[in-house]
Design a protein around this ligand. Structure first.
Ligand SMILES: Cc1cc2nc3c(=O)[nH]c(=O)nc-3n(C[C@H](O)[C@H](O)[C@H](O)COP(=O)(O)O)c2cc1C
Length: 232
């Protein structure tokens, strides 16, 4: 497979950098073709200057994305979300006509499971300062899947990508060599399954679960609300 690895961390010598190195080496050893966008090293401009323009740096990223069968998005969790650098990559690269507002031959807008990036796999690799229970169902941060909902559902699935369960390294500010070895081994194992792992079962917009108002029909997950109702 062609794999694009997006790395959004200012320090290549960080834990994140070590995991990235491990990930790239693993993918290459598995025989994948790998390209990288190391956003800080590239001095990526995350700010949208002009909505209508598609500058060369954006076109280059779109070309990498078009080439990729799978994309890994790696970042440290910052303030419950992605570093602005990565958010700004989406703002500038996922533009209208390329990533969204794409229509089929009947004029139907394709999104949430269909769209320009359908057929591509996406894997989020995230490190967090908080330990796992604090990002669990009753943890003070809120559940990690909820924090990642905007990225995984609102951005990646929205544009048609198949989103794999995220790979998280928790308690990342207190890594011991032993904990790192175990995180690296778990990452290698997830990357071995990159082409075959089942994606998160987000409900497609046009699969019948939602009405024309884009609200779940009453008979689907009756009485339930919250973000995980969008998983079938
Ligand atoms: C600006 C900033 C915001 C952070 N916000 C969070 C957060 O919301 N939740 C969390 O669990 N950790 C948070 N952290 C901790 C980082 O996620 C953690 O330091 C990082 O994942 C460790 O990996 P690294 O050594 O590769 O940077 C934050 C760290 C910084 C610098």
């Amino acid at each position: 497979m062609n794999v694009l690895w997006l790395f959004a961390h200012p320090d290549s010598h960080s834990l994140g950098g070590a995991l990235r190195d491990e990930g790239l080496a693993t993918l290459r050893a598995l025989g994948h073709d790998v390209r990288e966008s190391d956003l800080y090293a590239m001095h990526w401009n995350p700010v949208v200057d002009e909505i209508a323009a598609v500058p060369d740096d954006v076109r280059a990223e779109q070309a990498k994305l078009t080439w990729a069968d799978a994309v890994v998005f790696q970042f440290p969790l910052w303030w419950y979300g992605t570093p602005a650098m990565l958010k700004g990559w989406f703002d500038r690269v996922f533009v209208q006509g390329y990533a969204y507002d794409v229509r089929d031959e009947d004029g139907r807008t394709l999104r949430y499971g269909e769209g320009a990036l359908a057929g591509k796999r996406a894997l989020v690799v995230v490190t967090t300062g908080s330990p796992a229970p604090a990002l669990g169902p009753r943890g003070v941060n809120g559940p990690l899947p909820d924090l990642l909902f905007g990225l995984q559902h609102g951005t990646l699935f929205y544009t048609g990508m198949s989103v794999l369960p995220p790979f998280a390294v928790y308690d990342a500010d207190r890594m011991t060599p032993c904990a790192f070895a175990s995180a690296a081994s778990a990452l290698r194992s997830r990357l071995r399954d990159l082409a075959t792992a089942s994606p998160l079962p987000f409900r497609p917009q046009n699969g019948g679960d939602y009405g024309r108002d884009h609200v779940l029909r009453p008979e689907v997950a009756p009485g339930r609300s919250g973000l995980d109702v969008h998983l079938g």
